[in-house]
Design a protein around this ligand. Sequence first.
Ligand SMILES: O=C(O)CCC(=O)C(=O)O
Length: 329
Amino acid sequence: MRPKGNHHNFRIVYDNSATVGGTDAAQARLYAVGMATLLRTAPLAGELEDCGFIRLPGVFDAKFMDSLLLRAHATLFRESGDARDAVKSNGSLIHLADNPEYADVIASPALLERLRLCGATDPRFTGGFLISKPGGGPPLFWHQDWWGWDDDSAYQPRGHQWFAMIYLTDTSIENGCLRLIPGSHRRDHPLHHLDTAHSEGMQAFKDPSNPAYADHPDQVAVPVRAGDVLIGDARLIHGAFANRTGEERPLLTLWFMPHWSSMPPEMRALAYKGFMRGDDIPASAAHPRTFLDWPEPLKQRIAQLLPPDDGGVPPLRWNRIPDFARLQA
Ligand SMILES: O=C(O)CCC(=O)C(=O)O
């Protein structure tokens, strides 16, 4: 299957022959990508614009991945059961501003190089989370993460915010890999019209029968190997399968604005507000820590990626809901 609106030479393959465990996921198509794509820059940017995501294989080596996994298990050990229960659908939602031990991956030269290969002109880091689905954890609800839908540029091919997802173990449909709807960052899709995705009830998995947790015929499963990086457009509809194994499936999601200096100033102001934890994601403290609170030796490690406070411009309205009429049909 090729996503609609394909102007570029896609290297994406949906492997329909793969069988997957469990009846729920039996129809999921698997995503794979040709290695040759990595050798050419412009097609990567085009692929991201057209499809909404890219898998970059083998960015980090096994030793580094093992050290990240060790740190993630330690972070999860400190997280309370109640905090994890409150976001049962996500599995955990641990802000990295509270956990400076991930500074090296945020500022990793290998990651920065891949962002540039995907077309980033002036990438700035605005936040990140450890999202870990425990063994037996339910599916993650369908959602998109973009908050700047009030600006006209949100309806253009080029995305203003990307995720870099770094799964710390191999993933599969069995242990809760990512699933997504290719092209939904620009095209209207029925899943855009579901109830507010980031509500507390949705995060807590209050109503397991909500269609936001269910399989969808358009879904594509994106299993990865530990060390791969998934780059995606914040507007893309995505979720994750349930974890039907007994093991944690940890993920670091890092958020970047790839074109900071050419973003509309009002959008920069809102991105900066989010970076300062003025977003809509509940924090456990009244004044949550920010990356600017890190002591100098830690802050220095990520300094080149931090967004500047441009000041003086009122931010755009925080709006996670697209104007459906302006999405492509
Ligand atoms: O848990 C996952 O696999 C996906 C997490 C996610 O949707 C996100 O980080 O935005």
